[in-house]
Design a binder for this molecule. Sequence first.
Ligand code: HEM
Ligand code: HEM
Length: 186
Amino acid sequence: MGPLRDSAGAWGSVSKSFHWGSALLILAQFPLGWVAVHWPLSPTDITLYTWHKSLGLLILLLTCLRMGWRCISASPQLPAPTTAWERAIARAGHRALYILILALSVSGWAIASSSHVPFKVFWAFALPPITPPDHALEQAMKHAHVWLAAILGGALTVHIAAAFWHHFARRDNVLSRMLPGRGDPS
Ligand code: HEM
Ligand code: HEM
């Protein structure tokens, strides 16, 4: 398990759980959203949408909690040879990922609010609307949602490539210290 909290050299298990839990849910959202859009209108289609929207809202909640935890933690620094501008790019890239996840989830919530499709989060409770029902707004939010998903997909490709670059080209501990069960203190 390792320590719960982050330190100057290592991610704690809370941050690792947030990272890999969110990564799994977010990667599942791409095929789930795509299949829901292309499935013929039917009870199965409604079920696919209920999963997509519910998991998306869970991602929104997890991301808010994760950002709170990030703010009160001393996060690990990048290893010594990293230059100031590389640090700045890494920080900007991670901030962009957080902003894209929030914007994508909120645009999805806005689609759910502006459309007339009945929906209960995990079949349990109604979602409070953040917009009035409005067809033009629904179309605009759908447009924004697809574009944000495409941009997040591109950003994640760069993110994952960067993780492998650290591991195989620069051969530092940046990837291994995010993996479960390794509290590499360096
Ligand atoms: C949907 C998928 C993913 C999302 C949304 C995501 C998001 C993020 C974010 C926001 C951070 C910054 C953490 C912070 O400083 O607050 C981060 C760190 C990191 N991610 Fe991901 N990630 C994803 C998938 C992956 C995958 C598949 C890998 C590995 C192949 C990976 C490797 C890493 C590593 C190594 C770090 C730590 C960087 C450091 O120590 O400074 N991520 N990720
Ligand atoms: C990180 C979270 C999310 C990701 C990665 C994501 C991704 C996607 C993708 C890839 C599509 C398919 C777009 C297309 O092929 O046209 C889609 C559609 C959709 N998503 Fe999400 N989504 C997320 C969160 C949400 C949330 C929180 C909601 C609602 C509460 C939501 C509601 C919808 C709806 C209603 C559609 C259908 C849009 C249409 O008919 O054009 N999504 N999503």
